[in-house]
Design a binder for this molecule. Structure first.
Ligand SMILES: *Cc1c(COP(=O)(O)O)cnc(C)c1O
Length: 951
């Protein structure tokens, strides 16, 4: 008998759903002999063979994890007192295990289908309630990307709403975090906003300002009393935004109570690891009167078909997918998973627990300061919460060195000052270690005697009088058993990838493999401060450098920036690069951005933010860019043409033959080509945007490259560029290129980058190419199985689609009255999340199965769609009533089954329309949600328990 070493890498076959027999069957159904033959037929000749990926082998899960562990080990975990917006925190173990590391939470999609999202919507409503309570402002959104971009959103928000229409400048306090000021400058410039950075105590004339940003407590630690200043700004019709620390707000008068118009900040220190800068949830809160101008998503309370309380996303008409370049912001993916962690941190600790953490942190800081004073160290900060600035003069550099020798990081302020911030994790031993460090031979103060005599250093006039978090949800889950069950109960209400396929077109809901996820919560990645000295983050540097090279290979671009923390931010960084490039050539007047009518809403919203004018170009009857219209508009605007933003394969799910010609038209007329890379899952290993005409693209790592959607974030939106744009990639104060940060941290959401690194490492070039081919095969198989039941709206010249397909349901509306909404809701009764609805074409469903779904799951989905078509036929021919039918009444809840059944169809048909469902049934917790009611009666914080009962 011979021994067989075989292959150790089974990952590719784990990641890809169909088995080889299934693959053959699907190919046969499409009339192809092989995957190669199918690929050859799908990819247009003009771009065939442009991929530069190579066919190298992937690594096994065990080997890739071992290699990454070795790289992670090059990060050095020092004790951090750097602060500056990022603080150590204890992620409560039950939240780590049952939420952060739980696929029921992290594989969920954005809650656009509220009936299958009540769990995460409730967690987000808790987040909004938490933020609203702590800031003292009535309306808070369901998270933004980071504190710095939230500040930038606040700036443009003030601009929109200020009555000082002549005001052209935005005042930003020099006491704001430096990274916030950097992002503000980046975001202000293209809009022609002047950012005036200064010390608010020296302000004389405020008449030129439409708005202001203050930091509370200030970046250097001071707690300033802003009450009079806010009135002065208001007197000049300027609005005031305050960047506030949530933990401090448990003890301090909240911004809403000193009349601030906006509060923004980070929820990181509520249980979310530092992660070298992200991902963390930022928050944004404002007055009720301003709610319609609020950026980001907002969860609201409404009712379902039975009048029962139900949650859903509110006021979506503000958002970019509807208002496009007139939207309040380009934010799409936000930070839902991280917002949910922060909200559960508050649920678990409760108001008393949070105050205890804050009081303890403050007490240790005050004792530390008292000890410093005893040692003759000059503490500059007078009234503070958790942060001290020390005047250390000539000793500064030496003290930093001494600290580092003991694996301690202090904040580097300047040559004569250093800073330090304490946090939830600080202890008496830490305080004593710090004293010893500064004592330099002198006797170390006695902790206990100082503790007995030290008074609070919070300003008495600013002590918080109002109660926080009185809602029952923050007062009933304080034992681990209760919290564990609450998290489970919420997760059980939702449909995520751990239960069934989520066939969302354009969003690529593929497998997020456990091996990819495991490194995210390694301490070596989780506990690094983004501003730690570079020599401590060598592991991150190696991982990000390797990842940049991997993404260059996957896209054909020459350089990559990992900084943008969502696709929308990548778009923004990409357009800024184009803008800077034109300026560098003396063509700064180029400001027209052509955008095909089929584009995703973030495209026009982003172009507007980048100071460009949007010119929409037409699509033809087949969904392709109308090349002649495009050519005409490019020529008409040739003197001012800056760019085109085009998605490829198109948002219609087709590899357009004309892409090469389109790129050439733009280049011939002096413009640059931005290829939106959201559909990269159809291209990796097959063709490369950087080689067929693109100058820059963003990738959505949370789509193509396996970062989970988290229920609506986190995301990562790196951009790849050709070499001529590389000098204009975003920089950061901590990097070689210090200019043009688009995000607070140098590598954006750094701690989730290992997911993509693992994916690419394990798949190898050959595996990635196979994944793209299988994604295309799965989509075409679905299109083929469903086309006789629902017309497939667009195909390429060869009759094939790319990695997604659009089903046209509009004719059914006329013949049966059944809408795309009804079909989407009926799918819930079959245990499925609906496909993308009405994008890019109203009245259609866009289905993207991804390579990770097995043929069995595809068939299960197709069977459901076909059964639904039969039901529609029964409505068409009158067998089912046109109003009282299983589609109009979908989804059906368990509660509806008990009691009288008054429908013209059976209970069985309602909830078990296919026999297979008896075995595994998902029960929606609410019936169809009434959106109009919710927007008319807007409630965006936890309603009282009584109101649940009344309803
Ligand atoms: C998802 C998507 C975006 C936006 O990306 P986010 O990460 O959600 O900001 C942009 N364009 C297209 C085509 C998309 O599908």
């Amino acid at each position: 008998m011979t021994i067989n070493l075989g292959t150790a890498n089974e990952f590719i076959a784990r990641h890809i759903g169909p088995r080889s027999a299934d693959e053959q069957a699907m190919l046969a159904a499409l009339g192809f002999e092989s995957l190669q033959a199918m690929t050859a037929a799908v990819i247009p000749d003009s771009i065939k063979g442009t991929s530069v990926l190579g066919g190298h082998d992937g690594q096994s899960e065990a080997d890739a994890l071992a290699d990454l562990k070795a790289i992670a080990g090059k990060n050095q975990l020092f004790k951090n007192y750097i602060g500056q917006g990022y603080y150590n925190t204890h992620t409560p173990a039950p939240i780590l295990r049952n939420l952060l590391e739980n696929p029921a939470w992290y594989t969920a999609y954005t809650p656009y289908q509220p009936e299958i999202s009540q769990g995460r919507l409730e967690a987000l409503l808790n987040f909004q309630t938490l933020i609203s309570d702590l800031t003292g402002l009535p309306i808070a959104n369901a998270s933004l990307l980071d504190e710095a971009t939230a500040a930038a959103e606040a700036m443009t928000f003030c601009k929109r709403l200020s009555k000082n229409k002549a005001g052209h400048a935005f005042f930003a306090s020099s006491h704001c975090h430096p990274q916030t000021l950097d992002v503000l400058r980046t975001r202000a410039e293209p809009l022609g906003i002047e950012v005036v950075v200064g010390d608010e105590r020296e302000l004389t004339d405020v008449s030129s300002f439409f708005g202001a940003l203050l930091q509370y407590p200030a970046s250097n630690g001071d707690v300033f009393d802003y009450r009079e200043l806010v009135q002065r700004f208001h007197g000049a019709n300027a609005l005031v935004a305050v960047a506030a620390d949530l933990l401090a707000l448990t003890l301090l008068t909240p911004p809403g109570e000193f009349d601030a118009d906006v509060a923004i900040g980070s929820a990181q220190r509520f249980g979310v690891p530092l992660g070298f800068g992200g991902p963390h949830a930022a928050y944004f809160a404002t007055r009720d009167a301003f709610k319609r101008d609020m950026p980001g998503r907002l969860v609201g309370v409404s009712i379902d078909r039975f009048g029962k309380t139900a949650l859903r996303l509110a006021m979506q008409t503000r958002e970019q997918h509807i208002r496009r370049e007139k939207a309040t912001s380009n934010i799409c993916t936000a930070q839902v998973l991280l917002a949910n962690i922060a909200s559960m941190f508050a649920v678990y600790h409760g108001p008393a627990g949070l105050k205890r953490i804050a009081e303890r942190t403050h007490a240790l800081t005050a004792i530390l300061a008292a000890g410093f004073e005893q040692l003759g160290v000059k503490v500059v900060t007078r009234a503070y919460f958790d942060t001290l600035t020390l005047a250390t003069g000539d000793a500064t550099a030496r003290l930093h060195e001494l600290a580092r020798a003991q694996r301690i990081n202090l904040r580097q302020i300047d040559a004569a000052h250093l800073g330090l911030s304490l946090d939830e994790t600080s202890t008496q031993a830490d305080v004593e270690t710090l004293w010893r460090l500064f004592a330099e031979g002198k006797a170390v103060p006695a902790f206990d005697s100082l503790a007995a005599t030290t008074a609070s250093r919070l300003p008495a006039a600013l002590l918080r009088q109002s109660a926080i978090l009185e809602h029952p949800v923050f007062n009933r889950y304080h034992s681990e058993t209760e919290l564990m069950r609450y998290l489970r109960r919420l997760a059980d209400k939702d449909l995520a990838l751990d239960r069934s396929m989520i066939p969302l077109g354009s969003c690529t809901m593929k497998l997020n493999a456990a091996s990819e996820m495991i490194p995210v919560t390694w301490a070596e990645f989780g506990n690094l401060h983004p501003f730690a000295p570079a020599e401590q983050s060598q592991g991150y540097l190696q991982m990000t450098t390797e990842l940049e090279a991997m993404l260059c290979a996957a896209t054909g671009y020459d350089a990559v920036s990992l900084q943008p923390n969502a696709g929308s931010q990548g778009e923004y960084a990409g357009l800024l690069a184009i803008r800077a490039y034109h300026r560098s050539r003396g063509e700064g007047h180029r400001d027209i951005c052509l955008i095909p009518s089929s584009a995703h809403g973030t495209n026009p919203a982003t172009a507007h933010m980048a100071g460009m004018r949007v010119v929409v170009t037409a699509c033809d009857a087949r969904g392709n860019v109308d090349v002649e219209d495009l050519r005409a508009k490019a020529i008409e605007h040739r003197d001012r043409l800056a760019a085109i933003m085009i998605t490829y394969p198109s948002t219609h799910g087709v590899f357009e033959e004309a892409i090469g010609e389109i790129c050439a038209i733009i280049h011939d007329n002096g413009g640059q080509v931005y290829i939106d890379g959201a559909n990269m899952n159809a291209m990796v290993g097959l063709c490369a945007p950087g080689k067929f005409g693109g100058d820059v693209s963003h990738l959505n790592l949370h789509k193509t490259f396996c970062i989970p959607h988290g229920g609506g974030g986190p995301g990562v939106g790196p951009i790849g560029v050709k070499s001529h744009l590389a000098p204009f990639l975003p920089g950061h104060a901590t990097l070689e290129n210090t200019e043009g940060a688009v995000c607070a941290a140098p590598f954006g959401s750094a701690s989730i980058l290992p997911i993509t690194w693992m994916y690419i490492r394990m798949m190898g070039g050959a595996g990635l190419k196979r994944a793209s081919q299988m994604a295309i095969l799965n989509a075409n198989y679905i299109a083929r199985r469903l086309e006789e039941h629902y017309p497939v709206l667009y195909t390429g010249g060869n009759g094939l689609v790319a990695h997604e397909c659009i089903l046209d349901l509009r004719p059914l509306k006329d013949t049966s009255g059944i809408s795309v909404d009804d079909v989407a809701k009926r799918l819930i009764d079959f245990g499925f999340h609906a496909p993308t609805m009405s994008f890019p074409v109203a009245g259609t469903l866009m289905i993207e199965p991804t390579e990770s779904e097995s043929k069995e799951e595809l068939d299960r989905f197709c069977d459901a769609m076909i059964q639904i078509r039969e039901e529609i036929r029964a409505v068409e021919n009158g067998t089912l009533d046109k109003d009282d039918n299983p589609l109009k009444n979908a989804p059906h809840t368990a509660a509806e089954l008990v009691g009288e059944w008054a429908h013209g169809y059976s209970r069985e048909q309602a909830v078990y329309p296919l026999p297979s469902l008896v075995e595994a049934k998902y029960w929606p917790p609410v019936g169809r949600v009434d959106n109009v009611f919710g927007d008319r009666n807007l409630v965006c914080a936890c309603p009282s328990i009584e109101s649940y009962q009344d309803a």
